[in-house]
Write a protein that binds this ligand. Structure first.
Ligand code: GDP
Length: 534
């Protein structure tokens, strides 16, 4: 396959067509809501894999293609993001996995910058959990359209109408169910297709390993099969209709309403309906706004931005991958692009698509696609790449760190590896590295949003860089962005530490909010800004 050459090097119609065919999404949820299970089920339905949970992980937990690091398997959480591409009904779905644990929310937020829509997966028994709420808010603030999937309906849990109320009250999103469960949670008989009013009945398969076959039954025959559960479902959907809970495209696309689906990912129930919803309702790759707010048309020359950098993704590939979201034009492997922050040319010789830990060389990618650039050591999250006219996409959101530790090498012969490793983790945005005159370069400070980031850093330093590290606790919980003048004043306070990040930002560390408030009161002239930026 090759692009048909036109005046500007790209076949415009082909780019538009390919962009229209793409859905780039993330699944966001609280840990344990079933994200890995759903990912596996989506792939199974899209025939991207033969059997869900085909490989078996430790402690009886299924190892899925979307999580591969040892730590992820041991803890049963996703730490790193995998980008997986599959096809459903001629539509290409780019599924970007996100870490669910709050400690890695910075990573999750970066992923959300790269997607066009998200699936919010909710455990029917638990409703909207804390991490779910946080992510709902980010999506809403960023205007990301959300599709809600209520999972685990096969288990006793919440009441469907009460869950709709909860979504509406707590998120402000107007829920518009596309399917409705027949039978209470724990007694899952099937689904009402809210559009046609028909009954969708499923035939379960052992352990949900293969696609549950489904059968559509006309409404008039449903009572004979599902009994009173069908009547209840019909009454409830009638009530919702009367109250106007119908899908509305413009409300959905402006993140004011959320289509809702019910299912059981582990049994592969409701998964086909979710895939159809992604194809039919989720937005395709569209023009993206640059920093000045100008939307760059998808058929402009190539542009994209790095949303994640990761190395050591598995023991066979100890290299470094920069994940790029293609925003416009066509990406062709080997093309030379401009790296916006440095203005330097960047050759894209090694471009791959990830499929869990398997990789495939990618020769072409289109708007909405995620490309992994291998050994791209110059690239950082937020960097724009382009050909043709220059473009700068907005920087990645940055979070307020709340955990701080001094880090040192425990093996003095590994000084070089230590420096290199720490620099690398900083570059990837795994943790923020701060240097202070008080400590010197041998013991930088690591700043994190959540303490689990320290564990990841220690593990990667020991395994990838063979430079074991130890941490020393620090008495700080608050960080502020300061200017040079403020730094001079703060340097006189022994309980405040003035540090510098690798990008030149000056950051002051305080024991607590109280200390900061006092300082603000006593010195209103000082610059003490938030470190986070969105
Ligand atoms: P994640 O942390 O969000 O990736 O969640 P997992 O996919 O690892 O699932 C957490 C647990 O919930 C696992 O034990 C799954 O087998 C289970 N689970 C996931 N989906 C369902 C479902 O539809 N029904 C039931 N009963 N269990 C499920």
């Amino acid at each position: 396959m090759s692009a048909v050459e036109t005046r500007d090097g790209v076949d415009n119609l082909r780019v538009l067509d390919e962009a229209l065919k793409r859905r780039t999404i993330a699944v966001i949820s609280h840990p344990d809501a079933g994200k890995s299970t759903l990912t596996e089920a989506l792939l199974l339905h899209a025939h991207a894999i033969g059997q869900a949970g085909a490989t078996h992980g430790k402690a009886g937990r299924r190892a899925t293609v979307s999580d591969w690091m040892t730590m992820e398997k041991e803890r049963g959480i996703s730490i790193s993001s995998a980008a997986i591409q599959f096809t459903h009904r001629d539509t290409i779905i780019n599924l970007v996995d996100t870490p669910g644990h709050a400690d890695f929310s910075e990573d999750t937020y970066r992923v959300l910058a790269a997607v066009d829509a998200a699936v919010m997966l909710v455990d029917a028994a638990k409703g909207l959990e804390s991490q779910t709420m946080k992510l709902f808010e980010v999506c809403k603030r960023r205007g990301i359209p959300l599709i809600t999937m209520i999972n685990k309906w096969d288990r006793p849990g919440g009441d469907a109408l009460a869950l709709m109320d909860e979504i509406e009250k707590r998120t402000g999103l107007f829920p518009t169910p596309l399917t409705w469960p027949v039978g209470e949670s724990g007694d899952f008989r099937g689904l009402v297709d809210c559009d046609s009013g028909q009954f969708v009945r499923f035939h379960r398969t052992a352990g949900g390993a293969t696609i549950a076959s489904e059968e559509t039954v006309p409404a008039e025959d449903a009572t004979a099969i599902a009994g009173p559960a069908w009547q209840t479902a019909v009454e409830e959907t009638g009530l919702l209709r009367e109250e106007g809970h119908r899908h509305d495209e413009s409300l959905f696309l402006s993140a004011a309403s959320t289509p809702v689906l019910f299912g059981a990912a582990a049994l592969n129930i409701g998964v086909r309906q979710l895939l159809d919803t992604l194809v039919d309702l989720a937005p395709s790759a569209e023009a993206r706004a640059d920093t000045s707010g100008v939307r760059r048309a998808v058929n402009s020359a190539f542009s994209g931005f790095v949303f994640k950098v990761q190395s050591g993704m598995d023991s066979n590939h100890r290299d470094r991958v920069a994940f790029v979201r293609v925003c416009s034009g066509v990406f062709e492997r080997g093309m030379t692009v401009t790296h916006e922050p440095s203005g330097r040319p960047f050759a894209t010789k090694y471009a791959q698509q990830m499929f869990g830990k398997d990789r495939e060389t990618v020769d072409m990618a289109w708007p909405g696609d995620i490309v992994g650039l291998i050994n791209a050591s110059a690239l950082r999250p937020g960097d724009t790449l382009f050909t043709g006219g220059p473009v700068v996409y907005p920087p990645m959101p940055r979070f307020q760190p709340e955990h701080f530790r001094a880090v040192r090498s425990t093996d003095s012969s590994k000084h070089k590896q230590f420096r290199k490793g720490i620099e690398q983790l900083d570059h990837e945005g795994v943790i923020q590295v701060l240097h202070s005159d008080r400590r010197g370069d041998q013991t930088p400070i690591l700043a994190a949003v959540g303490p689990m980031q320290f564990e990841v850093a220690a593990e990667r330093m020991a395994n990838e860089y063979r430079a074991p590290i130890a941490f020393d606790a620090l008495p700080y919980t608050v960080a502020c962005l300061i200017d040079a003048e403020t730094a001079k004043v703060l340097a006189k306070h022994s309980s405040i530490e003035v540090t510098m990040a690798s990008d030149g930002r000056m950051i002051a560390l305080f024991a607590n909010e109280w200390k900061l408030r006092t300082l603000r009161r006593e010195h209103p002239e000082l610059t003490l800004d938030s470190v986070s930026a969105e």
